[in-house]
Write a protein that binds this ligand. Structure first.
Ligand SMILES: [Zn+2]
Length: 232
């Protein structure tokens, strides 16, 4: 907990102050098994990082063509995702899209690891966001496990998706302001194909951020599982 307090203090001061922890975070990589996972798990933090001049990359592993609602064409959800990420401030050139079949990631573990290794070489991120280790979805588990194999020598935070987490250790918090929550809500509004889901509702997004913030005596926060890294 002390570590995340210190991290937030330094993040709020901005990266221009030459402190070794934040000054070392120049590139962040968000790993999303499916479109929307990254925005739901850490959309407010993405908005805050970009505001602080930190470059954010977003890698997504499936267009979920087998699970799109009726009326949607192949890869339609990738268009919604690009719009959502643009609301958060991520340019198209920082989005990396793969085409693994939804719900079958465990069969492709090695191929996914190979792609992660290429991302590590090409982007060389300082901080990686990935689904937390207690996520029950098989695709999320695969990305979580393989990303830990690939990035274990750097900073990794596991994001929460409460509908997939039977339990989750929340021991790292990123404090957010109203504007970051607004960005997250507005980004998620771009997913017209998913708007029927209760966890896309603005009151849920704000409510979860308020619930997490209670632990750290703030107004809004996103909670994470501290997996490895972030040296004070
Ligand atoms: Zn997902």
């Amino acid at each position: 907990m002390k570590l995340s307090e210190e991290f937030n203090k330094l993040l709020d001061q901005g990266i221009k102050k030459n402190n070794k922890m934040i000054a070392n975070i120049k590139k962040v990589l968000v790993l999303a098994p499916h479109p929307d996972d990254g925005e739901l798990g850490c959309g407010g933090s993405i908005a805050k990082f970009i505001e602080q001049g930190i470059e954010v990359f977003y890698a997504v592993f499936s267009p979920c063509n087998k699970s799109l609602p009726k009326g949607y064409k192949e890869n339609d959800i990738y268009k919604e995702m690009e719009n959502a990420l643009s609301v958060l401030g991520i340019p198209k050139s920082n989005i990396i899209k793969f085409n693994f079949p939804v719900r079958e990631f465990p069969k492709y573990r090695q191929e996914i690891l190979d792609e992660l290794i290429i991302l590590r070489k090409n982007i060389n991120p300082d901080l990686v966001f990935t689904p937390n280790c207690d996520d029950v979805h098989q695709d999320h588990q695969t990305i979580s496990q393989e990303s830990i194999r690939c990035f274990k020598h750097i900073n990794i935070l596991g994001y929460e998706l409460p509908w997939n987490n039977l339990k989750m250790q929340t021991n790292f918090f990123i404090n957010l302001d109203q504007k970051h929550i607004d960005s997250k809500v507005n980004a998620l509004k771009e997913y017209k194909s998913q708007e029927f889901r209760s966890y896309f509702q603005s009151n849920f997004i704000a409510g979860l951020a308020q619930t997490r913030a209670i632990r750290v005596n703030k107004k809004y926060a996103e909670a994470f599982q501290f997996i490895t890294g972030i040296q004070a």
